[in-house]
Design a protein around this ligand. Structure first.
Ligand code: ASP
Ligand code: MG
Length: 452
């Protein structure tokens, strides 16, 4: 489509009436923004995940539902015709209540997905009404008509070709009209029409998938920070905004810390070379970051990121000496449990691996004990927690002189574990003790990024 921008608004951008009104301002400022993708209102998905756990008794369920209702009521109370909107929200919450009861009997990922999808269904409904009340033509489109996925509930895989065909059929014609089309991030449907989700934080991914299938010129990810920073400004006040970044740098940052872009977001954008803009819907005037296939300025150090709650697993076995296939065996077990491994380092008799202990699947945390059982069957397993992963992101890192000296001399008073360097020329990663991590980050930022 000619000049199509897709705007995605995260949970904090649609947290309440005022925040949603800012989104309307952002969208209507740019005549190319014709498709709007929204997350659930801030906090709602977490509440719904709690309901879906099946662990709440009747009283707790009603308390949670009351909280979810209150968040949406504060929005529709500011609209005309609030009785009508109240009825719509109550209808959605009646389904949520039924599913929450079902979950107490048998909790399944299928029920969880159906239940949590209501966060996006409600936020998209309400923001569409705000557009209309402000005098704009807007329609709310159920993304499940086009966002076809497999049936891996909780972290469903999008079926890109089907999505593209369905988009052409059902969504593109709507975009030709002059109304703004509002739709849901995060959710989809499998081939039998069951609601699925793309995994927590998946709305960015939804926006990028839709960008790809609609041939958008740009994808804008609106959040609560004005773009990507050299590091987390909450941890290091000296952090600076980065005007532009390459896809590869952004992917390293998304995976290794800056939770601003969902790591998978960039995949569809990279596939079709669509530039992605990241900005703050509350302060759009502050500017943001463009993520592009390549950038003119490519410094060796662009950003430093921190990722907490790392689990380090050290596997050792004398059988490894001179053997082949050991790594394959280990990784096939991680694959079986659908755990994504971040860092890997090997010696002749051991392998060290890190895992993110928290956000692997939809709201579920711990690493399954069965994984460790299987590993223990053929090697010695040592697990360590309380570690943070530090990632230094930049360009040509693996090929330039002095990179490691600059990084490690900045932090030579700290103990560093498991250095991973050289696999990508865009990053250097290592582990530090969790209680030293913020200081490490500050030192690195000061020495590598505050110089000029
Ligand atoms: N609402 C979903 C979540 O909180 C998806 C998203 O915000 O991207 O995970
Ligand atoms: Mg979000």
């Amino acid at each position: 489509m000619q000049n199509l921008d897709i705007a995605k608004f995260g949970g904090t951008s649609v947290a309440d009436y005022d925040a949603m009104s800012k989104c309307v301002g952002v969208v209507t400022q740019n005549p190319s923004t014709k498709l709007v993708v929204v997350s659930a209102c801030a906090g709602v998905t977490n509440l719904l995940v709690e309901l879906a756990s099946g662990a709440c008794d009747a009283k707790q369920r009603e308390e949670i539902i009351a909280k979810v209702f209150a968040i949406h009521k504060a929005i529709f109370d500011k609209l005309d015709d609030s009785a009508k909107h109240e009825a719509v929200i109550k209808e959605y919450l009646a389904v949520v209540r039924d599913l929450a009861v079902q979950a107490t009997m048998t909790r399944t990922d299928m029920i969880t997905d159906r239940l949590v999808s209501h966060g996006e269904l409600m936020s998209s409904y309400l923001i569409t009404e705000i557009f209309k009340q402000k005098g704009y033509k807007a329609v709310c489109f159920d993304v499940r008509q086009v966002m076809r996925t497999d049936s891996n509930f909780g972290k469903a895989l999008p079926l890109v070709e089907v999505i593209s065909a369905l988009t052409k059929q059902y969504l593109m014609p709507l975009l030709e009209d002059d109304a703004i089309v509002v739709t849901q991030g995060f959710i989809g449907a499998d081939s039998s029409g069951q609601t699925t989700t793309l995994g927590r934080g998946g709305s960015d991914y939804s926006a990028a998938l839709l960008g790809e299938s609609c041939h958008a010129q740009t994808i804008s990810i609106w959040t609560d920070v004005p773009g990507v920073y050299t590091t987390d400004p909450r941890l290091v006040p000296e952090a600076m905004p980065i005007p532009e970044l390459t896809y590869l740098e952004a992917a390293e940052m998304a995976t290794f810390g800056a939770k601003i872009l969902h790591p998978s977001t960039l995949v569809p954008a990279v596939r079709c070379g669509i530039p992605v803009y990241v900005g703050s819907s509350k302060e759009p005037e502050k500017g943001g970051t463009w993520v592009r296939p390549s950038t003119e300025y490519a410094p060796p150090f662009r950003a430093v990121a921190l990722r907490k709650n790392q689990t380090l697993i050290v596997l050792s076995s004398p059988k490894m000496v001179g053997a082949s296939g050991f790594l394959a065996q280990v990784f096939s077990i991680f694959a079986k449990y659908q755990l994504s491994v971040d860092l890997v380092s090997t010696s002749e008799v051991s392998i060290a691996i890190t895992l993110d202990a928290g956000t692997q699947t939809s709201g579920l945390s711990a690493i399954p004990e069965a994984l460790f059982h299987e590993l223990r069957e053929f090697c010695h397993v040592k697990i360590e927690q309380g570690l943070s992963l530090v990632a230094v992101v930049g360009n040509n890192m693996a090929r330039s002189a002095h990179i490691t000296a600059e990084v490690f001399s900045a932090i030579d008073e700290y103990a560093v574990r498991m250095i991973c360097y050289g696999a990508s020329s865009h990053n250097l990663c290592f582990l530090v003790a969790a209680d030293e991590a913020v200081n490490v980050l500050r030192c690195l930022h000061k020495h590598l990024l505050e110089k000029n």
